[in-house]
Write a protein that binds this ligand. Structure first.
Ligand SMILES: *Cc1c(COP(=O)(O)O)cnc(C)c1O
Length: 426
């Protein structure tokens, strides 16, 4: 039953507006239920979720296996802090390091915390293993990066909205163009104080900017040759989103770490978040081999909630779902289908100029100026037609449904999207 008036939604929107900080600009829809690829608003209207909480809900909303693991653990033990051991953390670390093929895991909660952890780890490694002089370590990052919202992370953002008036900024970062291995090599060769290169395998927030297929392999080679840590932020691209377990796995569709992974590319430090919990709980992690991770000793880094038993139980279940339900392979097949269906439409479209992406992380470019409201208006129309997506950076709309989608559902979504876009054709 679909209520005809939106009064209830408006009440919730007004409540947030009145009492909450205005640090987001949400689409005007108020959700109260989710299951698999669907969410429902407070009036009972059903939508396809084409954002998946920025790729946190890869396993689908309220996946029964993940929710069971969470509720069962919640009744036994929720938090010990790391002052004591608990009977889940070790199991979670053993499972996850095996799953991704690294020696060690450092548990955190949010993505930004995991990025901060990776930065600290790389700097400390630089001083203790590479012999950099105190306070001279530098990390190379890319233009248009998005790695989170802490003061240090926004210090190396070139998005003025994210960084303006939050200074003074943390020093020690150098920016180079994305998808430009030569620029990386020149930068590294010209500066012996560089300890790491922090990069997203696909720039999600920047508008699903998808680099050349061999970019990650070249990056790894340059970093390895020059004793610089290759740090992959796979918070958005990881956990099957782009059609492989990690985006750095290239075209390998294995659902867990495999030997072939090393023939594609393998970072020295891997940063995970978002779908590591299937969206059920804030869980992030940094993975690395002993030669890097061993520079962190007791008391040098930590988090009260990092490595808590609920997080561990939830993350194991969330990764098992990726495996059991072949989410990488599904993301790959449906992503190919989605882009090909959309391209058929785009060749005769005036409103959409192109689609780009990998697996089920895609974006369409709207044929209008960055400042125009067209992408926003299209998202509002999509919402009215039963599909939720959000513009990213002006005239770009990201499409990232849960990976548990079926082909039939995807084709229905393509119909909704194309029908909606047709309303905007001139
Ligand atoms: C979302 C995201 C982050 C930040 O994660 P939070 O959990 O929001 O702190 C960092 N890097 C990338 C690539 C992301 O997509």
């Amino acid at each position: 039953m679909i209520a005809t008036n939106q009064q209830l939604s408006q009440e919730f929107i007004d409540l947030e507006h009145q009492h909450g900080a205005h640090n987001y600009h949400p689409l005007p829809v108020v959700l109260s239920k989710g299951k698999g690829v669907y969410v429902w608003d407070v009036e009972g209207k059903k939508y396809y979720d084409f954002l998946s909480a920025y790729s946190a809900v890869n396993q689908g909303h309220c996946h029964p296996k993940i929710i069971d693991a969470m509720t069962e653990q919640a009744q036994n033990l929720t938090l010990t802090s790391r002052a004591f051991f608990n009977d889940i953390l070790g199991k979670y670390e053993a499972f996850t390091t095996q799953f991704f093929g690294f020696d060690k895991l450092l548990p955190m909660n949010t993505g930004a915390e995991a990025v901060e952890t990776a930065i600290k780890l790389a700097r400390k490694w630089g001083y203790e293993k590479k012999g950099i002089a105190q306070n001279d370590a530098k990390i190379v990052v890319c233009e248009n990066n998005f790695h989170g919202r802490t003061t240090t992370i926004v210090s190396f953002s070139n998005d003025p909205v994210a960084s303006k008036n939050f200074g003074p900024y943390t020093p020690g970062f150098v920016k180079i163009p994305y998808n430009d291995p030569e620029a990386l090599e020149v930068q590294i060769k010209s500066d012996p104080n560089i300890v790491g290169f922090l990069v997203e395998p696909i720039q999600g927030e920047a508008g699903v900017y998808t680099p050349s297929d061999d970019y990650m392999a070249k990056v790894q080679h340059i970093c390895n040759q020059n004793n610089v840590l290759f740090i992959a932020d796979e918070i958005q691209t990881g956990i099957a989103r782009t059609g492989s377990l990690l985006a750095v796995c290239g075209n390998c569709t294995c659902e867990a770490h495999c030997e072939r992974q090393s023939t594609y590319s393998r970072p020295d430090i891997l940063i995970l978040g978002k779908a590591l919990s299937g969206g059920a709980y804030p869980v992030s992690a940094v993975l690395a081999d002993d030669a890097v991770m061993e520079v962190i000793g007791p008391g040098q880094h930590g988090s009260t909630f990092g490595g808590n038993p609920i997080a561990g139980a939830v993350a194991i279940a969330a990764l098992e779902v990726v495996n059991e339900e072949y989410l990488s392979q599904n993301a790959r097949a449906l992503g190919d289908l989605f882009r090909s269906e959309m391209n058929n439409y785009i060749k005769n479209s005036n409103i959409v100029s192109s689609i780009r992406g990998k697996g089920l992380l895609n974006a369409i470019l709207i044929n209008d100026t960055e400042e125009s409201s067209t992408a926003w208006d299209i998202c509002v129309a999509l919402k009215n037609n039963g599909l939720l997506a959000k513009p990213t950076h002006g005239n770009i709309i990201r499409f990232a449904p849960p990976l548990v989608m079926t082909q039939e559902q995807l084709l229905e979504c393509v119909t909704i999207i194309i029908t909606t876009l047709k309303q905007f054709e001139s």
